[in-house]
Design a protein around this ligand. Structure first.
Ligand code: SF4
Length: 178
């Protein structure tokens, strides 16, 4: 049986969801019998390959996040939002309480900074989105695994369902809203 091709991606967040994925320990090793991980944040891959499942951690906070997410959506059959940041914006969305330009001014101009009071504007620097959002404001999301981070058990349950060809319907004990 062909292995399920997976890509994982990390947008605006803290990598805690990937750490929770690693907490699967031996189960993760078992999973490798059934899946091929073709892209992840620790691989130096500029553009993801075509995959069956994309697992995305982190919110959408800047133009680079939008580009990466759209490309991944085009190249995957199922897209899973992993963790509160990906589901609804989570911790990064706390900056939505502030105006973006005022926040940049406060950081780079009003406070001591290494940029000598200039807001960095190089074209290679991703532009901040006015508001930080979850993934579904940009692309279609097929399943959600909430939590900050979601437990390893919840991630395993979701992956197991995906591998058996189902869209995960997580049980209450696997859902965390924190
Ligand atoms: Fe980090 Fe929590 Fe966001 Fe996951 S949901 S990226 S653990 S802040």
């Amino acid at each position: 049986m062909a292995k399920v091709k997976i890509a994982t991606e990390w947008l605006a967040g803290c990598a805690g969801c990937h750490m929770s994925l690693l907490d699967l320990d031996e189960k993760l090793v078992d999973l490798t019998k059934f899946v091929d991980i073709l892209a992840s944040p620790i691989m130096d891959i500029k553009h993801p390959p075509e995959v069956d499942v994309a697992i995305v951690e982190g919110a959408v906070a800047n133009s680079s996040n939008v580009e990466v997410l759209k490309e991944l959506r085009e190249k995957c059959k199922i897209l899973m939002a992993l963790g509160d940041c990906a589901v609804f914006g989570g911790i990064p969305a706390m900056r939505n309480l502030f105006d973006v330009n005022e926040a940049l001014r406060a950081v780079y101009m009003d406070a001591p900074s290494i940029t000598d009071g200039v807001i960095p504007g190089d074209e290679d620097i991703a532009e901040l989105q006015e508001k930080v959002t979850g993934l579904n404001s940009i692309v279609k999301v097929d399943c959600y695994v909430p939590g900050c981070p979601p437990s390893a058990e919840a991630i395993y349950a979701a992956l197991s369902e995906l591998l058996s060809g189902k869209i995960p319907a997580l049980k209450d004990e696997n859902l965390k809203y924190d």
